[in-house]
Unconditional design. Structure first.
Length: 200
C-alpha cells in the first residue's frame, strides 16, 4: 500500500507544480482577489475529477479521439473567455478591483477543469491504470493512491496560490505585470488547445 501512496504523492506533486490552464487561472484570481479568497480554488479538482474518473474508468476505459477533439475545442473557447477577462482587468487602471464572489471563481475553476482534456487523458493513460492496479491488489492500495494523489495535488495548488498572493503586497505595478502575464498564459493555453483540437 505504501508504494501506491508514494506513487500518488509523486503524481500529485507533478500535476500541481506543472504549469497549465488551471494553474494560470488560479494565479490570475489570486492576483485579483488575494490568496485567502482564492485558496478554495485549489479544491476544484476534488469536485470536477470525480465524474471524470468514473467516466474514464467505468464507461470509456480509453478516451476516444472524437471526444478528445471536442474537449480541446471546448477548452480553447472557455480559456479565451478567461484570458479576455484577465486582459480586461489588466487594461483597467483598477487592478485591485473589488474581489468577485468566491463561489463564482470556484464555479469557473470547476468548469475549466471539467472541459480540459488533460484530466481525461491523464486518468485514461497514467493515473487510471495505476489506480486499477492498486485496487486489484487491495482496495486499500487504490484508496491510498487516490488519497496521496489528491492531498498532494490540492496542497501544491494551495501553495502556488499563497506564494502568488504575496505579489499583491509588492505594489500595483508588479501586480499588474503578473496579471498581464497570467492573461498571456491563458491565451497561450487556449491557442495550444485549439492546435491540439485541429491536429487530433
Amino acid at each position: 500500500m505504501i508504494g501506491y501512496v508514494l506513487q500518488g504523492i509523486g503524481l500529485g506533486f507533478a500535476g500541481g507544480a506543472q504549469p497549465g490552464p488551471f494553474q494560470a487561472y488560479a494565479i490570475s484570481q489570486t492576483l485579483r482577489n488575494g490568496w485567502r479568497r482564492s485558496l478554495p480554488i485549489a479544491l476544484a479538482p476534488l469536485i470536477s475529477d470525480g465524474p471524470i474518473i468514473l467516466l474514464v474508468l467505468l464507461v470509456l476505459r480509453q478516451v476516444p479521439p472524437s471526444m478528445t477533439q471536442v474537449l480541446h475545442f471546448a477548452s480553447a473557447a472557455f480559456l479565451v473567455c478567461l484570458a479576455w477577462g484577465a486582459f480586461a482587468k489588466w487594461r483597467s487602471s483598477e487592478v485591485m478591483a473589488p474581489p468577485e464572489p468566491g463561489k463564482q471563481s470556484m464555479f469557473r475553476a470547476v468548469i475549466m477543469n471539467f472541459l480540459n482534456p488533460g484530466p481525461y487523458i491523464y486518468w485514461s493513460l497514467v493515473a487510471g491504470p495505476t489506480f486499477l492496479m492498486g485496487w486489484r491488489d487491495a482496495p486499500a492500495s487504490g484508496v491510498g493512491f487516490l488519497a496521496g494523489f489528491y492531498v498532494t495535488l490540492v496542497s501544491t495548488f494551495g501553495a502556488v496560490i499563497v506564494v502568488f498572493g504575496t505579489a499583491r503586497r509588492l505594489g500595483p505595478k508588479v501586480n499588474r505585470a503578473f496579471l498581464g502575464v497570467s492573461a498571456l498564459a491563458l491565451a497561450g493555453f487556449a491557442l495550444y488547445q485549439l492546435y491540439l483540437g485541429l491536429t487530433a
